[in-house]
Design a protein. Structure first.
Length: 82
């Protein structure tokens, strides 16, 4: 795999039905933070989040580019297989 320098792009289903896409080094910890109300302003009002999927990236820049791309996808594409 990519080792301990791996960044992840992830998707989670919010309580309000929205698909949240983000980036993190530790996705499990980030989902926990979101669900504890310590994520971002958007997820704070839509918890709990249900983890959907994640994909690895070698660096933060790559993860952020991919996150931006995925945020423009349709809902159907965001929830499909990755």
């Amino acid at each position: 795999m990519l080792g301990n320098q791996t960044w992840w792009v992830y998707a989670a289903l919010c309580r309000n039905g929205a698909i949240y896409v983000g980036s993190a080094k530790d996705v499990d910890l980030r989902i926990e933070q979101h669900n504890a109300g310590r994520g971002g302003p958007y997820t704070r009002n839509s918890i709990p989040l249900k983890f959907l999927w994640k994909e690895p990236h070698r660096c933060l820049e790559s993860a952020l580019r991919r996150e931006s791309q995925i945020k423009r996808w349709t809902r159907r594409k965001k929830t499909g297989p990755h």
